[in-house]
Write a protein that binds this ligand. Structure first.
Ligand code: ZN
Length: 207
């Protein structure tokens, strides 16, 4: 009888353990599900917390100035909608993508700086721009690694790496590993996320 009782206890323990494992899996599933929520919501939630970010400032002529710690630019959806056109809002704040060959910068070859359309953060410079043949402005590096952030993007059934502005979280585009030397990277950007500033003529002859 004793043996039989022990057996029952063990069975009970196993059942309990199985229940705990099942509960843990359910909890993990719930956490994963909550992580699927759009990144955009986080920016709103962060409002009022005055999060600081580190970026490198550049002059309009592309000269590196200094590394600064600045409050992150956080605005409500309404505020962004007032500031941006509908198309720019959809791309920068809702991670939409402009049609290939439709933007104003994919075929631009002028020397200059590309700033964030939302917050003026310096993002790219013409020295790293190349013709990718994709119909989107493409660069092999950001102007400073601090000025952009990358996140995993599993939308549309693809595993991609999204690129956003460090200072304001604007969605810029994606980065791929099929770019040219020296980095082998291709920052595939939306023209709509960028604001081009032509290099100023200073009177010093170009090299
Ligand atoms: Zn920005």
């Amino acid at each position: 009888m004793f043996d039989s009782d022990l057996g029952a206890n063990e069975k009970s323990m196993v059942r309990r353990r199985a229940f705990l494992v099942t509960s843990a899996l359910a909890l993990a599933g719930a956490i994963l599900w909550s992580l699927r929520r759009p990144r955009l919501v986080q920016a709103e939630a962060a409002k009022g917390t005055s999060e600081e970010v580190t970026i490198v400032e550049f002059s309009d002529s592309g000269e590196r100035l200094k590394t600064v710690h600045v409050p992150k630019v956080v605005k409500t959806e309404d505020e962004w909608r007032k500031q941006l056109s509908r198309g720019v809002f959809a791309i920068t704040r809702q991670a939409d993508t402009e049609l290939a060959y439709s933007g104003q910068y994919w075929n631009l070859h002028e020397k200059g700086l590309y700033r964030c359309i939302c917050c003026d953060n310096a993002l790219f410079i013409s020295d790293t721009k190349f013709d990718s043949g994709t119909g989107w402005p493409s660069f092999w590096a950001p102007i400073a690694p601090e000025n952009v952030r990358t996140t995993r993007d599993a939308s549309l059934g693809m595993a991609r790496t999204a690129v956003s502005c460090t200072k304001c979280d604007a969605h810029l585009g994606h980065v791929f590993d099929d770019g040219p030397e020296p980095t082998g990277l291709r920052y595939c950007m939306n023209s709509a996320s960028l604001k081009f500033v032509a290099r100023q003529v200073t009177g010093i002859p170009n090299q």
